[in-house]
Design a binder for this molecule. Sequence first.
Ligand code: PEP
Ligand code: MN
Length: 337
Amino acid sequence: MVVILKKNAPAEQVEQFQSWLAEHYQLEIHESIGQNCTLLGLVGDTTRVDIDLLQAMEIVENVRRIGEPYKFVNRKMHPQDTVVDCGGVPIGGGHFTIVAGPCSVESEEQILYVAQRVKAAGAGLLRGGAFKPRTSPYAFQGLRGEGIRLLLEAKKATGLPIVTEIMDLSQLPLFADVDVIQVGARNMQNFELLKELGHCKKPILLKRGLANTLQELLMSAEYILAGGNEQVILCERGLRTFETATRNTLDLSCVPLIHELSHLPVMVDPSHATGHARLVEPMALAAAAGGADALMIEVHNDPTHAVSDGAQSLTPDAFDLVAKKVFAVYDCAKNLK
Ligand code: PEP
Ligand code: MN
């Protein structure tokens, strides 16, 4: 990190500032005095440095961060890919899978049928919402504890590990037998939740917020890793932009970028990203070709009567076909490397 000091900063204040920086943040300070300004090079772990605080100081002209503000998620700290063990199914580091299932768990027959169908099509994990974050308080809110119980029944019947979303810390005891805990887009910056999940031993699927930068996503993951839990998968699920033709705008370019910046696996969710079932296949194929380590696809036995997200859900028959093509494209891209 480099701090540029104002041209006429009083020497005494500069000296005090340097000692404070060195002591407060445990950094080495390298001063270089030029004709027009003085530069301070801050060497050491600058992740704790509060840039806004430095910038507000009277003698400071500007502050530039050279390194990244995250360390545990940084590929520089951990060059090899992290492989996340999702109840026996690996994701990352060359291990690819599809997570599939309904938006919401609705009934025992529904989840058992969908679980069997997505398993037969080659999905590695079963998804299903039990706690649903809905825009309207009058919309279906999920079967809650009963939804998790039904997911566990489907796991027993098919052997598929399960992924489901937590919305609040108070729900954590219900997740004891859940294989992967999902933090949804709306909770990506629920820092208390992230801190607590940092202390748990389960893999976390962290979805990117509706209007969050890549750096913010990585900083949220940093909360979990800093707490001691290194089993985190990042998920791109589309961003809110000015475009209204699709539910969100899929930022596929973040996939190779995350691979550059971080060792964590990346999942792409073309269902929530597009909001339209017919757009799921082309975006799923693009993600599989573009380096995603996993996909999340919503599948419903009867999309027109789904209690949530029917418009973006594939029928099991449609998923059969999409999964075949996705695996073929993934293998093809892998062989081209
Ligand atoms: C979901 O996966 O069911 C979901 C609500 O997704 P998101 O948090 O990405 O909107
Ligand atoms: Mn959904």
